[in-house]
Write a protein that binds this ligand. Structure first.
Ligand code: BGC
Length: 478
């Protein structure tokens, strides 16, 4: 190569670098609103804390966006629980039936089967949904020759907002996570399930406890670690529960011989009355507008797995349209709503820094080829902003609860696909929580199948007898 050509290449190289750098700066500006700082998080925390107070007060409980539902879970496991249980777990596009055996020394064995919950079922009638669950339960028990067992107490993890007045009764207040089955909102889910079980399967079993998945997570972790006071889910949806002193729960009507009760915050609804408008982006607004439940579950739509992929798609689409990636070409897939799942974010962020092997493969599978390093850098940055915002907002929520608790050592039980699959979500959570809360020793612990085991543990803690329980879990987290 002669000197002139070399100079020209060098100039082209520098020009390309400059253009790439300018594009990257523009991408950063575009993502700016996703970036949280401690000032924004402090405002978020103050508002959330006030809403929790309102949720716990009799007068304002019904109107607070943070509902603070009583769960009637007051028997925190000791770790000595034993026995065989069956759990039903409904909370997402799959539901599971589990046969769980708790043993001395905090040992457990679990046998489970997953059944899919089709889109038609999620949008059909409540009766069809519960009939299907009852049928799957029967199939599960029949296969294990357990169908003729009598007095099988059944635990039901039902991962939707429920108003409880007892451990074995729960009125669905609204559906979330894409479910819209009619005839269920305003009704007792336990009755609906028991009716389907009696009608269709001929089984002689009844639900003895119903619980939210966050409560299952808390229970399941408390069984292993007695410092567990908070249960958190960051999966298809998000939510959190915590142990509250009964004298701080104004509408408390549980067992007053016990000092605490688990409160289900249903924090996914945070922002439904505009409380998060200052930090919401135009992409969040689009996701909300296109969802099956507009203006509901605002926080959930900023944080959880059902929505992060779609936020990512919208952001990439905007970047492509503005000629910041793909040389201004808009790949077909970015025009298709819901075509990018939250797993794509996790994969893109799993590449070793400055390498893009997984990202390239993943984009290729989506039909996006010929990407440059500059594109990949920007795509990763967008993914990072979305997941980091999620983790930091969740950390701020946890900080509010940790501040309320007069305990020095607290373990937080966590479950959910976003938390489990993202390469460093856990680390962001840990760092941010420790930055926001001083003077406490905080442990964040992955719950091993909180939804399933938690139902068994709650049933066992409630009823410490050595008999067989059946716990049914309806959970969309898989
Ligand atoms: C539901 C909660 C549930 C959470 C996680 C939300 O959509 O409202 O009840 O705990 O998802 O599954």
């Amino acid at each position: 190569m002669d000197d002139e050509n070399q100079n020209e290449n060098f100039c082209n190289g520098s020009l390309n670098t400059l253009i790439s750098w300018q594009k990257h700066l523009k991408v950063r500006q575009m993502c700016q609103k996703f970036v949280m700082n401690n000032k924004k998080l402090t405002v978020f925390m103050n508002v959330l804390s006030n809403l929790i107070d309102l949720g716990l007060k009799k007068e304002t409980h019904d109107t607070s966006t943070i509902r603070c539902f009583q769960t009637y879970a007051q028997d925190i496991p000791t770790g000595n629980e034993q026995g065989r249980y069956i759990a039903l777990d409904l909370g997402g596009s799959n539901f599971r039936v589990l046969n769980i055996e708790l043993d001395v020394g905090r040992q457990f064995r679990m046998d489970q089967e997953t059944f899919s919950c089709s889109k038609q079922l999620m949008a059909g009638s409540g009766e069809e949904l519960f009939d299907y669950i009852a049928q799957c339960l029967k199939d599960f028990l029949t296969k294990r020759k357990l169908e003729s067992e009598i007095n099988l107490p059944l635990g039901f993890t039902f991962s939707f907002p429920i108003y409880q007045s007892r451990l074995d009764s729960a009125i669905l207040t609204n559906w979330t996570k894409g479910f819209t089955c009619d005839g269920v909102v305003g009704n007792d889910v336990v009755k609906l399930l028991n009716r389907s079980i009696a009608k269709h399967s001929g089984l002689n079993i009844k639900v003895c406890v119903i619980l939210n998945d966050t409560v299952g997570t808390l229970m399941s972790c408390a069984w292993k670690d007695p410092n567990t006071k908070i249960g958190l889910i960051i999966g298809t949806g998000t939510n959190c529960c915590y142990l509250e002193k009964i004298d701080r729960i104004e509408m408390f009507d549980g067992d007053s011989s016990k000092e605490e009760m688990v409160i289900n915050l249903e924090w996914g609804a945070f922002g439904d009355k505009g409380e998060l408008d200052d930090i919401i982006t135009k992409y969040d607004k689009t996701v909300n507008r296109n969802s099956v439940n507009p203006n509901q579950q605002t926080f959930e739509k900023m944080v959880s797995g059902m929505y992060l992929g779609e936020l990512f798609r919208l952001l990439l689409l905007d970047m492509a349209k503005n000629n910041l990636i793909f040389d201004g070409h808009v790949p077909e897939i970015l025009l298709v709503p819901q075509s990018i799942t939250t797993n794509v974010i996790s994969t893109v962020e799993s590449d070793v820094p400055e390498t893009y092997t997984l990202s390239r493969q993943c984009l290729q599978k989506l039909g996006i080829e010929n990407v440059t390093e500059s594109d990949l850098l920007n795509i990763r940055y967008a993914a990072h902003c979305i997941s980091r915002r999620s983790a930091e907002l969740v950390a701020a929520g946890l900080a509010v609860l940790l501040e309320r608790m007069n305990e020095e050592n607290i373990t937080i039980g966590v479950d959910g696909s976003v938390y489990r699959l993202h390469p460093y979500y856990h680390q962001i959570l840990v760092n941010k929580v420790n930055e926001l809360v001083k003077g406490k020793s905080i442990k964040i612990m992955l719950s091993e199948d909180g939804s399933g085991r938690g139902a068994a543990v709650l049933a066992a803690a409630l009823n410490q007898v050595h008999c067989i329980y059946f716990v049914v879990i309806l959970n969309l987290e898989l």
